[in-house]
Design a protein around this ligand. Structure first.
Ligand SMILES: *Cc1c(COP(=O)(O)O)cnc(C)c1O
Length: 401
């Protein structure tokens, strides 16, 4: 059997078409043209209900959501914000964009925040962004307890974590604000786009206005409950004309592409988890590959798999990548691929880039392979067989020698 294509996206559900046609016919693409119930406003209500949050605000990207979250916290210029040393370059970028200074925290072999380093650096910071990188959830019990004790706000970068739960609670609803992405490599694909959820009316009102709800367009934001929300109305009145407009809105066409995918989320999560756990069990049979366990309160929603190469030197790791490529699978080793945006030493736009020895060691042996939810078990076997064969190409002769 040939290797499955892991790159192409799932088709957008056909049920999206009538609404897209209606929008093309009417030209009603801007979220604030219709007096009410624009596709973007309906998406926000549906997403808040899906996550179990009071409010949602759709924006142009997860990066925009992170930026607005930081702006709404009202921190002074150059205040410090803790972020994990293993995340996507968009995260330190959002901190810089908000005129704040990122403090990088060590990440362990299991891709999760090192709580000892987190605790040690916490007294210096005014806010925290937890990036659930590749959907791997850090110990949110420890993080929330430490941050609540110091009254430090937590923003969750849940870009890649839609459908992941912690003690049964949706990731993105544990901190003050949760930010998600609709970029094509995430669970819901609109090409570009993002959304944030929060229960905090004062933060939401600020973010709605700053996202570009000029004049009284905030009135067109549906309230999750439907009933008059006096806390929210008061917050809009308080912030009217007081904030800059960054215009990071989402358009109606994107919302029309996203909304029909929301009913697909549960299936994508179930299949993604099945696929991940199946391949993880197969890879863990090898001496040289190890998939870190999830933390007990976490239920994952993966669309890719990460594993560590064990007992291999840099030359053997490079040879494994080459062998896998020759057999048809692109294995990315986060720290070994040139200019990787997830390797902290490539964030050279940061001043005083720190060294994080533990995170660096992890990045030099952590592999990344795409595993979309649509794959069937037979296709997963081909992927696992191919990775095993590639590692044996390199390591079995070495072990025999
Ligand atoms: C994709 C991703 C982002 C950025 O999302 P955009 O919508 O492209 O801005 C941020 N953080 C993580 C962990 C991501 O995976």
């Amino acid at each position: 059997m040939t290797l499955p294509d892991v790159y192409s996206a799932e088709p957008i559900p056909a049920s999206a078409r009538p609404e897209i046609d209606r929008l093309l016919q009417s030209g009603d693409l801007f979220r604030y043209t219709a007096p009410e119930d624009a596709p973007v406003a309906l998406l926000e209500a549906e997403y808040a209900a899906l996550l179990g949050s009071k409010y949602a605000l759709a924006v142009s990207s997860c990066s925009a959501a992170l930026f607005l979250s930081l702006k709404a916290l009202g921190l002074p210029r150059d205040a410090k914000v803790m972020i994990p040393g293993f995340t996507f370059a968009a995260v330190p970028s959002s901190v810089v964009h908000a005129d704040l200074v990122p403090v990088l925290c060590e990440v362990g072999e299991n891709y999760r925040i090192d709580i000892a380093d987190f605790e040690a650096k916490l007294p210096d910071v005014s806010a925290v962004i937890i990036s659930h990188m590749r959907g791997h959830t850090s110990d949110m019990d420890a993080i929330m307890a430490l941050c609540e004790a110091r009254d430090i706000p937590v923003i969750e970068d849940a870009a890649h974590s839609l459908g992941t739960t912690w003690h049964g609670r949706n990731i993105g609803t544990i901190g003050k604000i949760g930010c998600f992405s609709f970029q094509s490599y995430k669970l819901v694909n609109a090409g570009e786009g993002g959304i944030l959820v929060t229960d905090d009316a004062d933060l939401l009102a600020q973010m709605v206005i700053m996202s570009g709800a000029y004049e009284h367009n905030w009135r067109k934001h549906k309230q999750a409950s439907g009933a008059e929300d006096t806390a929210l109305s008061a917050a809009f009145a308080r912030w009217q004309n007081k904030l800059p407009l960054y215009n990071l809105r989402l358009g109606n066409l994107s919302a029309a592409i996203i909304r029909p995918q929301l009913p697909e989320v549960a299936r994508r999560v179930t299949h993604g988890r099945r696929n991940h756990d199946y391949v993880a069990a197969r890879l863990n049979e090898s001496t040289w590959m190890q998939v870190p366990d999830k933390l007990p309160p976490e239920e994952r929603a993966p669309d890719s798999i990460q594993f560590n190469l064990c007992g291999m030197d840099d030359a053997q790791i490079a040879a494994f990548q080459k062998a896998a490529q020759a057999r048809g699978i692109k294995v990315q080793v986060f720290g070994a691929s040139e200019d990787n945006a997830r390797a902290f030493w490539n964030w050279q736009f940061l001043k005083d880039l720190p060294e994080l020895p533990q995170t660096r060691a992890m990045l030099m042996k952590a592999c990344d392979v795409r595993l979309p939810a649509r794959l069937e078990l037979a296709e997963l076997d081909v992927i696992a067989d191919t990775l095993t064969a590639a590692i044996n190409d390199v390591m079995a002769p070495a072990a025999a020698a």
